[in-house]
Design a protein around this ligand. Structure first.
Ligand code: FAD
Length: 632
C-alpha cells in the first residue's frame, strides 16, 4: 500500500482561521491532544484579511448598546431566517470573547477615555465594531497564534515537547473524513509541497474551513475557499442548511481586471464614504426598502447630520445591510448609470482629511494606490458587487456546534450555517468565529471525554481515499482541471449570481451535471510534488457539490430575501420565512437532495424585544398570536 504518515489525536481541527484557532485553544485547554490542519500557510486564513472589525455590544461608544440591540440587528439583517438561538448566544457572548482576546495580547484601537473603540457598520444600530484600523483580522490571527505558541511553550516547560498537546500541520489539505459506523474516526489528507499522504486517527473533528467563494467568478475569497468543509460534512452524512444565501458584498474593486473582486471594506462607508452613479447622484436614497424606511435618512442633509448627531438623525442609506446596497449598485449599473469599468463611485475624499483617511483606512489607501493607481484621499474609487461570504453551511446544534447526523463532527465559523439567516451583517463574522469556535472546541472535548472506546479507521476507507486522490495523476489526455473550474465559476456567476430566475438556475443545474462528468475525467500533468493542477483537480469535487447545493436550493426558494434575489419572485414570503432548506447527499447516487424543514420557534421573551409592527413585516398572524396572548 502507498506510504502514509500516521498521527493520532483526540481532536482534529481542520482550518486555522479564527474559528479553528479558537476551537483548538479551547480543546487544548481542556486537556485534549489537538491537531490543527490548514490548507495554506499558518496565518494565511481569510480571517487575516478581515478589515472592518468584530461586532460586539460592549457599549463603549454609545452606552445604549447591549446584547438585546445586537440580537435585534442580527435578526433584522438576516431577515428573520437566522437560528434565533445562535443569534442570541452570539450577541450575549461576543463582548466576553473580545475582552478575552485582550488577555491573549490583542490591542484594539481606543476611545479617548481608553476603552476599546467601536465603529459604525451597515445594519448595526450603534457603533459596535471593535477594530485595529482596517487590519482587524490580522490582529485577531496574530493574537490567537500567539496564544497557541504560549500553550506550546507551557508544554515544552512541563513535558519537554512543544507539540505534545498541540501541533499545527500547515499546507495539508484534508480530502476525506473517516468514519466507524455513525461516528467520526479521523481524517485523510495530502501535503501540498511533496504530495505525501497523511492519516489522522481521531474521535472528534472540528470543521472550520471557511467559505465557498471560489465557486463564483468574481470573489473577494482567495484560492483555498472551495467549499471543502461543506462537502466533507455532506459526504460524511451531515446536512447543509440554506445554501442559497450567498452574500455579494456591494463593494469590491472592479478595475484593473487582475484585481477584480478584491474587497473594499465597508468601513469606507462607515467612516462617511458616499456612493454615487455616473450622473453624480447619491442613489441609495432611491433604494430604501419599506422594512427599513423608519430607520434610514431620506435626505442628504439628515444623512450628513447623523455623523455628528446620531441620536437625533437617521442613518445614511449607504449603511443599509449589504444585500440592499449590492442590489442597488447592480440596478444602477444595469440601468446604464455605472462607472467606466462597470461599477459605481465610492468617495471618502470629500468627507475626511487625507491624513485621517490614511490613518483610519491604511490598507484601502495602499490597495488602491498600488493596484489601481488611485489616490483615495483625492479621488473616488470604482466599486461593484463581489461574492464574499456564504450564510448557508453545515447544520449544527446551536449550543454545541455538533453537526446534525454525524457523531464526533463539529463545525464553527463560516462553514457552519444558521447564525446569519439570509444575510450576514458586517463584523458579525469575526465575533461569530470567537463565540462558536470556543463552543465547538469545548463540546468536542466534552464528547471525547464521554466516549467509552475510540472508533477505528477502516483500511478500505483509506485505500478509497488514496485511489481517489491519485486518479487525476494516472489519467492521460484528460481535460485540464483549470478549464472545468473556470467554466463552473462562470456558470455560477452568470446563472446563479446576484439576481436569479428559474430558467437560468435550471440551465445552471444541467450545466453542473455536465461539469460533474467532465470533472471525473480531468488529468493532472506531473507528479505529486508541488503540483497545483493536481490540487485543483481534487478541489473540483467539492466546488461542484456546493455549487449544486446553492443552485438547487435557489430554485426551490420562491421568494427574495437577503442574499437570495429571485427576479421571478421579487417579494419576501411569510411561507418561506418559516422554512429552512436542507441539503444532503443520497447514498451511492450522484447529486444533492433538498428538503424543507420548519424553522425553530423563537421564544416569546426574544420576540418581545421587537415592536409588533416590525414583526408583522416578517411573521404570519398565527406566529404573532403568541405575542397577543402573552403579557405586554
Ligand atoms: P477562514 O479564516 O476562512 O479559515 C479557513 C481555514 O480552513 C484556512 O486555514 C484554510 O486553509 C483551511 N482549509 C480550508 N479547506 C481546507 C481543507 N480541505 N483542509 C485543510 N484546511 C482547509 N468579517 C467580519 O466580521 N469583519 C470584517 O471586517 C471582515 N472583513 C473581511 C474582508 C475580506 C477581504 C474577507 C475575504 C472576509 C472578511 N470578513 C469579515 C469575513 C471573515 O473574515 C470570514 O468570514 C472569516 O474570517 C472566516 O473565518 P473562518 O475561521 O470560518 O475561516
Amino acid at each position: 500500500m502507498t506510504n502514509i504518515e500516521k498521527h493520532s489525536y483526540d481532536v482534529v481541527v481542520i482550518g486555522a482561521g479564527g474559528a479553528g484557532l479558537r476551537a483548538a485553544i479551547e480543546a487544548r485547554q481542556q486537556g485534549m491532544r489537538t491537531a490543527i490542519i490548514c490548507k495554506s500557510l499558518f496565518g494565511k486564513a481569510h480571517t487575516v484579511m478581515a478589515e472592518g472589525g468584530a461586532a460586539a455590544a460592549m457599549g463603549n461608544v454609545n452606552s445604549k448598546d447591549n446584547w438585546q440591540v445586537h440580537f435585534r440587528d442580527t435578526m433584522r439583517g438576516g431577515k428573520f431566517l437566522n437560528h434565533w438561538r445562535m443569534a442570541e448566544l452570539h450577541a450575549r457572548e461576543a463582548p466576553q470573547r473580545i475582552w478575552e482576546l485582550e488577555t491573549y495580547g490583542a490591542l484594539f484601537d481606543r476611545t479617548k477615555d481608553g476603552k476599546i473603540s467601536q465603529r459604525n457598520f451597515g445594519g448595526h444600530e450603534y457603533p459596535r465594531l471593535a477594530h485595529v484600523g482596517d487590519r482587524t483580522g490580522l490582529e485577531l490571527i496574530r493574537t490567537l497564534q500567539q496564544k497557541i505558541v504560549s500553550l506550546q511553550q507551557d508544554d515544552q516547560r512541563e513535558h519537554g515537547d512543544f507539540e505534545k498537546y498541540l501541533r499545527v500541520f500547515h499546507e495539508v489539505t484534508v480530502s476525506e473524513l473517516l468514519k466507524d459506523g455513525d461516528r467520526i474516526s479521523g481524517a485523510f489528507g495530502y501535503a501540498r509541497d511533496d504530495g505525501r499522504f497523511l492519516l489522522f486517527e481521531a474521535p472528534a473533528v472540528v470543521l472550520a474551513t471557511g467559505g465557498i467563494g471560489k465557486s463564483f467568478q468574481v470573489t473577494s475569497n482567495s484560492w483555498e475557499y472551495t467549499g471543502d468543509g461543506h462537502a466533507l460534512a455532506l459526504r460524511a452524512g451531515g446536512t447543509l442548511v440554506n445554501m442559497e444565501f450567498v452574500q455579494f458584498h456591494p463593494t469590491g474593486m472592479v478595475w484593473p481586471p487582475s484585481v477584480k473582486g478584491i474587497l473594499v471594506t465597508e468601513s469606507v462607508r462607515g467612516d462617511g464614504g458616499v456612493l454615487t452613479n455616473s450622473e453624480g447622484k447619491r442613489f441609495m436614497f432611491d433604494y430604501i426598502p419599506d422594512v427599513f424606511k423608519d430607520k434610514y435618512a431620506t435626505s442628504e442633509e439628515e444623512a450628513d447630520r447623523w455623523y455628528t448627531d446620531a441620536d437625533n438623525n437617521r442613518r445614511p442609506p449607504e449603511l443599509l445591510p449589504r444585500d440592499e446596497v449590492a442590489r442597488a449598485i447592480n440596478s444602477e449599473v444595469k440601468a446604464g448609470r455605472g462607472s467606466p469599468h462597470g461599477g459605481v463611485y465610492l468617495d471618502v475624499s470629500k468627507r475626511l482629511p487625507a491624513d485621517e483617511i490614511r490613518r483610519r483606512l491604511p490598507s484601502m489607501y495602499h490597495q488602491f494606490k498600488e493596484l489601481a493607481d488611485v489616490d483615495i484621499t483625492a479621488e473616488p474609487m470604482e466599486v461593484g458587487p463581489t461574492c464574499h461570504y456564504v450564510m448557508g453551511g453545515i447544520e449544527v446544534d446551536p449550543d454545541s456546534q455538533a453537526a446534525v447526523g454525524v457523531s464526533g463532527l463539529f463545525a464553527a465559523g463560516e462553514v457552519s450555517g444558521g447564525m446569519h439567516g439570509s444575510n450576514r451583517l458586517g463584523g458579525n463574522s469575526l465575533s461569530d468565529l470567537l463565540v462558536f469556535g470556543r463552543r465547538a472546541g469545548s463540546y468536542a472535548a466534552e464528547y471525547v471525554t464521554g466516549l467509552e472506546g475510540r472508533p477505528s479507521v477502516l483500511d478500505s476507507d483509506v485505500e478509497a481515499a488514496v485511489s481517489f486522490a491519485l486518479a487525476p495523476l494516472s489519467r492521460e489526455d484528460g481535460e485540464n482541471p483549470y478549464q472545468v473550474q473556470l467554466d463552473l465559476q462562470k456558470t455560477m456567476h452568470e446563472l446563479v449570481g446576484i439576481i436569479r430566475k428559474a430558467p437560468e438556475i435550471e440551465n445552471a443545474l444541467s450545466t453542473l451535471v455536465a461539469l460533474r462528468e467532465r470533472a471525473s475525467t480531468v488529468s493532472a500533468v506531473g507528479g505529486r510534488t508541488y503540483n497545483p493542477g493536481w490540487h485543483v483537480a481534487l478541489d473540483l469535487r467539492n466546488l461542484l457539490v456546493v455549487a449544486e447545493c446553492v443552485a438547487r436550493a435557489a430554485l426551490i426558494r420562491e421568494e427574495s430575501r437577503g442574499g437570495h434575489t429571485r427576479d421571478d419572485f421579487p417579494e419576501m414570503s411569510a411561507h418561506w420565512r418559516q422554512r429552512n432548506l436542507i441539503c444532503s447527499l443520497a447514498k451511492d447516487e450522484p447529486g444533492v437532495t433538498v428538503r424543507e424543514q420548519p424553522l425553530p420557534t423563537m421564544p416569546v421573551e426574544l420576540l418581545s424585544l421587537f415592536e409588533r409592527t416590525e414583526l408583522s413585516k416578517y411573521l404570519t398572524d398565527e406566529e404573532l398570536s403568541v405575542l397577543a396572548s402573552s403579557p405586554e
